[in-house]
Write a new protein. Structure first.
Ligand SMILES: [Zn+2]
Ligand SMILES: [Zn+2]
Length: 272
């Protein structure tokens, strides 16, 4: 990796079912094009200071790490508590075996409460094992940290904002010249302005389907936001099986700004 260069690895670019979806025989689910095979949405940041930060722990985490030769993770950000974003968290266990201290997991307070409820053996360990020993393969050593606006992760500056996503909220962030916003129905005006002012090299944005969706951005809404934010490049993520990679690439090529569908294992860069 070049100096002063930060990388994003797209570990998964698919919606909550993953693509192909079990039992579906649509054109995209049956496609031979590897770019139409999408794990659940997650990215890995490799910073210019050589830190690796995982964003979300999907049910596909084990395959995502193996297929991308990822052997370490210095910190983790959880955007929200939905199954497709957190149900692979136990697969961080082997990464914690050799570590002296737990991997810090950053999220917002309400999401941290959900994680304690969902995974008491990881996040309420003392209570959970009050009258019994930890036997067998052990537990992943993870430690919840609550983010505040402008909080630092491993010494790196992040700015966070909560986006509306149905009954919950999703953590969006800016790190240097990169912005990330998944699982959101819209992006409120103050955060749009902040994203614009950050003159992003790269923006990764939610886009679940063509028609409007109750809790996600659909294609037209995502394109409108991407155009206004004005990043040098915008990659669309969390895509469902209506969105065929090649068709979408060609369709978006005709626009007067750089926006494209991401694919699994794609690597992109952004500056300081
Ligand atoms: Zn999701
Ligand atoms: Zn399908």
């Amino acid at each position: 990796m070049k100096n002063n260069c930060n990388e994003v690895v797209a570990l998964g670019t698919g919606t909550s079912t993953g693509i192909p979806m079990i039992g579906c025989s649509c054109k995209v689910c049956c496609s031979d094009n590897p770019k139409n095979k999408r794990y659940r949405t997650s990215i890995l940041l490799k910073t210019s200071s050589n830190k690796t930060i995982l964003v979300d722990t999907t049910p596909d985490l084990r395959s995502q790490f193996l297929e991308n030769n990822i052997v370490d993770c210095d910190a983790c950000i959880i955007t929200h508590e939905h199954a497709d974003h957190v149900h692979g968290i136990d697969d961080l266990r082997p990464l914690t075996f050799a570590k002296q201290s737990p991997i810090p997991v950053y999220t917002y307070d309400l999401c941290a409460d959900h994680l304690r409820e969902k995974f008491p053996y990881i996040f309420k360990t003392k209570d959970h094992f009050k009258n019994k020993a930890v036997l067998g393969g052990g537990i992943p050593k993870l430690e919840l940290h609550s983010i505040e606006q402008d909080s630092k992760i491993l010494g790196e500056d992040f700015e966070f904002f909560l986006l509306p996503h149905g009954h919950t909220k999703t953590l969006s962030f800016i790190h240097k010249k990169f912005g990330f916003a998944v699982d959101c129905k819209t992006i409120p005006r103050p955060w749009i302005e902040k994203l614009k002012a950050s003159k992003l090299d790269l923006f990764i944005l939610d886009c679940v389907k063509r028609d409007p969706h109750q809790t996600h951005l659909h294609l037209d809404a995502a394109l409108e936001i991407a155009k206004e934010v004005g990043a040098k490049r915008t990659g669309l993520i969390h895509m469902g099986h209506e969105l065929e990679h090649e068709h979408m690439t060609q369709e978006l090529n005709g626009l007067d700004f750089d926006v494209f569908p991401l694919y699994d294992r794609q690597i992109l860069t952004y500056g300081e």
